[in-house]
Design a protein around this ligand. Structure first.
Ligand code: PLP
Length: 441
C-alpha cells in the first residue's frame, strides 16, 4: 500500500520561504487552511515544493475529476496548444467549442435540444444563468437557499448565502433575491423530521412566501444546488427536487441547478439532479468539467436561451484548450470514472459509517458517490457544532499527509479525484481515523 511521505516538518523550508513571499505579494483574501505549496500532481497524489507526498482528497476543490495531470487530458491540452491558443469564441467560431456544446447538450438531462454559454468559472456560469433567467422571463425576483454558494461576482454573490464574510462591505448587492432554508434534515430549520414532515420546506413557499412577500408570477428562477456543497455537503431527501420543481413549473418559474460542485460524474451520475429524476431548465457547470483548466458552462433548453447577439459574452470563455480538456474529461468520465466514483464512494461511505460507530463526534455522515461529508459535533444529542475540532482535524490530517477540506460550519468534505482506488480510500480512512482520534478520541 502506498502511503503519504512527509520528509520535513510542515511547512518545509522551501514552502516556508514561498509562503513568506506570498504574504507580501498575493491578495490576503484567500482562505488557506494549511501551508501546502504544491509543485506537482499525479492522479490522487500531490507533491509539495519540499518533495513531501500527500494523498489528495480535495482534488483541488472537486476540480481535478480525472486526477492530477491525467496523461490523456495533458495530451489533449498540449495538442490544442500547438494548434491554437486563442482567437475569441465571442467573435469567431472554434470547432472544439461547438463539439463541446453538442456533447453537453446530449449528456444533460431533459428532452429537446439545449444550447451552451461558455465562461471561465463557476461564478460566471451562475452569473450567466441569472442574466438569462431575467432575459427570458422578464421577471425580476429570484429565490435561492441559505447555505448556498454560487460564486463571488456581484450577481452570483447576491445569490450566495454561505458566510457573512463573503458579503461583508459589499452591499448593496443585486436586489430581489429571497433566501429560504435548504432541506438540511440533520438540522431541520423547521424542527421537523423526515419523512413525517411531508416536505414542509417546499409547502412553505406556497403557503407563506408566495402569499406574503413574493408574487410568484414575478419570480424568474429558483437557484438550487442539487446537493449543497460549500454549505456542508448536504443531501436533500429523495422527493425534494421533484416537489420543488413541480411547484416552480406551476408558476412558470425556471429551475436553475447549480451543478458546479456536484456535477461531472462526482456523485456517480453525470449530474447530481439525476439521482432525483429531475431535469433542470438551466444548469451551471464548472469545476470538474475540464480537469483543472478554467471553464464554466451554462446549459439551457434551446427555447429558454433566446437572448440576442451582444446580450452576454466573455473574451476567454470557451477557450479551445479548455474545451479540448473538457471533451477528453467527459470521455473519461463516461468510459469508467463515473462508475468508479459510485463504487469507491460506497467504500468510502461504508468506512466512514463504521468509524461513526466508534467516534461520537461524527454526528452525521452523508453524501453520494465521491461527494461525502462528515459533520463533527461535540455531543450527539445536542448536536453542538465542533468547529474547532473540525479545523484541528484537518490540520492534523495534513501533518499525516492526507489533504482534506472543510465545508459548512463544522463539516469535512471528501471529494477526491474520480480515479481514486480502493487502496487509496483505505489509506484515507486509516489516516482520517488517526487524526480524529487525536482530536476527539
Ligand atoms: N457554485 C458552486 C456550487 C460552487 O461550489 C462554486 C465554488 O465553489 C461556485 C459556484 C463558484 O465557482 P468559481 O469559484 O469557479 O467561481
Amino acid at each position: 500500500m502506498r502511503y503519504p511521505e512527509i520528509k520535513t516538518k510542515l511547512p518545509g523550508p522551501k514552502a516556508a520561504r514561498l509562503i513568506k513571499k506570498d504574504k507580501t505579494y498575493v491578495s490576503p483574501s484567500y482562505t488557506r487552511v494549511y501551508p501546502l505549496v504544491v509543485k506537482k500532481g499525479e492522479g490522487t497524489w500531490v507533491y509539495d515544493v519540499d518533495d513531501n507526498r500527500f494523498l489528495d482528497f480535495t482534488a483541488g476543490i472537486a476540480v481535478c475529476a480525472t486526477g492530477h495531470c491525467h496523461p490523456e487530458v495533458v495530451r489533449a491540452i498540449q495538442e490544442q496548444a500547438e494548434r491554437l491558443i486563442h482567437m475569441a469564441g465571442t467573435d469567431f467560431y472554434y470547432e472544439p467549442q461547438i463539439a463541446l456544446a453538442e456533447k453537453l447538450s446530449s449528456i444533460t438531462s431533459g428532452k429537446g435540444s439545449k444550447r451552451v454559454y461558455f465562461g471561465n468559472s463557476g461564478a460566471e456560469a451562475v452569473e450567466a444563468a441569472f442574466k438569462l433567467a431575467r432575459w427570458h422571463t422578464k421577471r425580476e425576483l429570484n429565490i435561492a437557499f441559505f447555505g448556498a454558494f454560487h460564486g463571488r461576482t456581484m450577481g452570483a454573490l447576491s445569490l450566495t448565502a454561505s458566510k457573512t464574510i463573503q458579503k461583508k462591505h459589499y452591499y448593496p448587492l443585486v436586489p430581489g433575491i429571497t433566501h429560504i432554508p435548504y432541506p438540511y434534515c440533520y438540522r431541520c430549520p423547521y424542527n421537523l423530521c423526515y419523512p413525517q414532515c411531508s416536505l414542509a420546506c417546499v409547502d412553505w413557499l406556497e403557503e407563506n412566501l408566495f402569499k406574503t412577500t413574493m408574487p410568484p408570477e414575478e419570480v424568474a428562477a429558483i437557484f438550487v444546488e442539487p446537493i449543497q456543497g460549500e454549505g456542508g455537503y448536504i443531501v436533500p431527501p429523495p422527493e425534494f427536487h421533484k416537489a420543488l420543481k413541480e411547484l416552480a413549473e406551476k408558476y412558470g418559474i425556471l429551475y436553475v441547478a447549480d451543478e458546479v460542485q456536484s456535477g461531472m460524474g462526482r456523485t456517480g451520475k453525470m449530474f447530481a439532479l439525476e439521482h432525483y429524476g429531475v431535469a433542470p431548465d438551466i444548469m451551471a457547470l464548472a469545476k470538474g468539467i475540464a480537469s483543472g483548466l478554467p471553464l464554466g458552462a451554462m446549459v439551457a433548453r434551446s427555447e429558454i436561451m433566446d437572448w440576442e447577439a451582444g446580450s452576454h459574452a466573455s473574451t476567454f470563455g470557451g477557450n479551445p484548450i479548455a474545451c479540448e480538456a473538457a471533451l477528453t474529461t467527459i470521455r473519461l468520465l463516461e468510459e469508467n470514472l463515473m462508475a468508479n466514483a459510485a463504487a469507491r464512494g460506497k467504500r468510502l461511505m461504508k468506512g466512514l459509517l463504521a468509524l461513526q460507530k466508534t467516534y461520537e463526534c461524527m454526528g452525521d455522515v452523508r453524501g453520494k458517490g465521491l461527494m461525502v461529508g462528515v459533520e463533527l459535533v461535540k455531543d450527539r444529542e445536542t448536536k453542538e457544532r465542533a468547529e474547532e475540532w473540525r479545523d484541528e482535524l484537518i490540520k492534523g490530517a495534513f501533518e499525516k499527509g492526507l489533504l482534506l477540506l472543510g465545508c459548512g460550519q463544522n463539516s469535512i468534505r471528501f471529494c477526491p479525484a474520480l480515479t481514486v482506488t480502493d487502496e487509496e480510500v483505505d489509506v484515507c480512512l486509516t489516516l482520517f481515523e488517526e487524526a480524529i482520534r487525536k482530536v476527539a478520541g
